[in-house]
Design a protein around this ligand. Structure first.
Ligand code: NDP
Length: 492
């Protein structure tokens, strides 16, 4: 048999006679319709783009290892935490939130920090951010929030006024707005930022006891950031600064790592907590709920193919393993459905059979059959319905969660505790004078572009957090001129 290893073929494996010249009727005649080589090449190219993520479209990722450093087996029965020293393969995707694919990755925005743990009990996806909080606590507002961050529907560019318009009318966003406008809102790439599970989750131990838990991944590279002037300039020169920084560090063997910590809260503590412990706009103060070290996350292998492994990577908070579970956090509840739904639209119903998304340390054994791009024929003649007297996989009653009580009337009940200023104040007052100065300047440079009514509303919210903050921002608006491109292009 001829050696075809180096022979270019079409998708059917047929040798391609030319990759540069089309078939035509003579030298000056039209092309021939039977040039299937050209037709297939064009047709494939026309279909090479898939729907981009509606959020977190810009990103990069890498494989690595999670290693347990501290025993938490009294808290969770999840096997990935079963013993100190245990290693689990991971895939992590970092991202920006608002810009569309092709946008820069170092502008001011939240960052996604999504981790897929390939455990022996299936994949656990922790779809975190680089911030422990978020702009809202009810998912009904999320879609509007994202639109405020995206391009204007007619003018088609992103506009500061749109996000301040939204924030100024959504008081619970105040804490996250300060966080975003501060130093951590423009991290120096993916390696120099923390990751947080953000939501409240729960751990379940071998005795079926549940404890509320929050996840923190602290960067071992140190938290670093770009000033407003730095990232604005740099994104023109190197718009994929973060992508390049991560890839090159791993390529050079300079593996980035994070230390995983948890905070835990019992039901009794939850009752005494001054805020709703499931409110995504609030942290659990470190002083009351100290960080407990759990393990080390290291990234040590770049993907071979960006599209196959990073673009098609799909994470879902719905993917939890026995010993880890959700909480009544409203935002988390919505994400359980929404992420998988988005992937089914973007990648098709069998997206979890793609190599980056499939389990690595166990094998999926679903009852699902067929659907677009099904390539798994291993179920063969196995019965395709249940219950049946024929061969079918057994369920695992041991994987069921312990029951937990719920109460109250089914209704649309707002979490209108009017507590939006408390932790915003804590945040502002925790900053050093230098950090406060940069925060005020960053806010003024952006809020200063907005119409008066928006500024007025937002300043009133700042005043509730700390009158000093409101006074300083108010003074700075008008004094700070945002950087402008040179209006006179050079001519020849
Ligand atoms: P502490 O006062 O004990 O510690 C402050 C925390 O803020 C540190 O963990 C630090 O992270 C982080 N931090 C420092 N500078 C910034 C910045 N410019 N932007 C964002 N975070 C920063 O925290 P408390 O728990 O008492 O909460 C006080 C405030 O700290 C809160 O309002 C909250 O916004 C913020 N914070 C709290 C976190 C929590 O989970 N409790 C996590 C992150 C921030 P590090 O030590 O990693 O450098």
């Amino acid at each position: 048999m001829a050696d075809t290893k180096n022979t270019l073929t079409n998708a059917a494996g047929i040798p391609v006679p030319s990759n540069e010249v089309s078939r035509s009727a003579g030298k000056y005649g039209p092309l021939l319709l039977d040039d299937y080589t050209l037709l297939e090449k064009m047709a494939h190219f026309n279909r090479e783009r898939i729907p981009e993520r509606v959020v977190h479209a810009v990103g990069s990722g890498a494989y690595g290892t999670f290693t347990v450093t501290d025993d938490i087996t009294s808290l969770t029965k999840a096997k990935l935490f079963a013993e100190v020293g245990k290693e689990t393969e991971v895939f992590v995707r970092f991202s920006n939130v608002a810009k569309s694919k092709g946008g820069s990755d170092i502008y001011r925005d939240l960052r996604g920090f999504a981790i897929k743990f390939y455990t022996e009990e299936g994949n656990w996806d922790l779809t975190g951010n680089n911030t422990p909080i978020f702009f809202m606590r009810d998912p009904m507002k999320f879609m509007d929030f994202i639109r405020s961050q995206k391009e204007h529907p007619q003018e088609n560019w992103r506009q500061d006024e749109r996000w301040w318009d939204f924030w100024s009318l959504v008081p619970e966003s105040l804490h996250q707005v300060l966080w975003l406008m501060g130093d951590r809102g423009a991290p120096m790439g993916w390696r120099h930022m923390n990751g947080y599970g953000s939501h409240t989750f729960s751990f379940i131990n071998a005795e079926d006891q549940r404890i509320w838990v929050k996840f923190h991944f602290k960067t071992n590279q140190g938290n670093k950031f770009f000033t407003e002037e730095q990232w604005m300039k740099l994104q023109g020169i190197e718009p994929r600064w973060a992508t390049k920084d991560l890839y090159n560090a791993i390529d050079e063997g300079n593996y980035p790592s994070w230390t995983m910590h948890i905070q835990t809260m019992t039901d009794e503590q939850a009752k005494d907590f001054p805020w709703n412990p499931f409110d995504l706009t609030k942290v659990w103060p470190h002083g009351d709920f100290p960080l407990q070290r759990v393990g080390r996350l290291e990234l040590n292998r770049n993907p071979e193919d960006y599209f196959a492994e990073v673009e098609q990577a799909a994470f879902s908070p719905g993917n939890i393993v026995p010993g880890v579970s959700w909480s009544p956090d409203r935002m988390l509840q919505a994400r359980i459905m929404s992420y998988a739904d988005a992937h089914r639209y973007r990648l098709g119903v069998n997206y979890e059979t793609l190599p980056v998304n499939a389990p690595h340390a166990t094998t999926a054994n679903t009852g699902y059959r067929d659907g677009l791009m099904q390539s798994d024929s291993s179920k063969g003649s196995r019965n395709n319905f249940h219950p049946t007297h024929h061969d079918y996989p057994q369920v695992a009653p041991g994987a069921a969660e312990p029951a937990h009580p719920v109460e109250g009337l089914a209704d649309r009940i707002e979490l209108d505790e009017d507590d939006h200023a408390d932790q915003a104040r804590m945040f502002y007052q925790m900053l050093s004078e230098d950090e406060k100065g940069r925060l005020v300047k960053n806010i003024a440079g952006s809020l200063g572009k907005c119409m008066d009514i928006i500024q007025k509303h937002q300043l009133a919210l700042f005043r509730q957090a700390d009158p000093e903050l409101a006074d300083r921002v108010s003074k700075a608006i008008g004094q700070v001129k945002p950087p402008q491109p040179d209006p006179k292009p050079a001519s020849t």
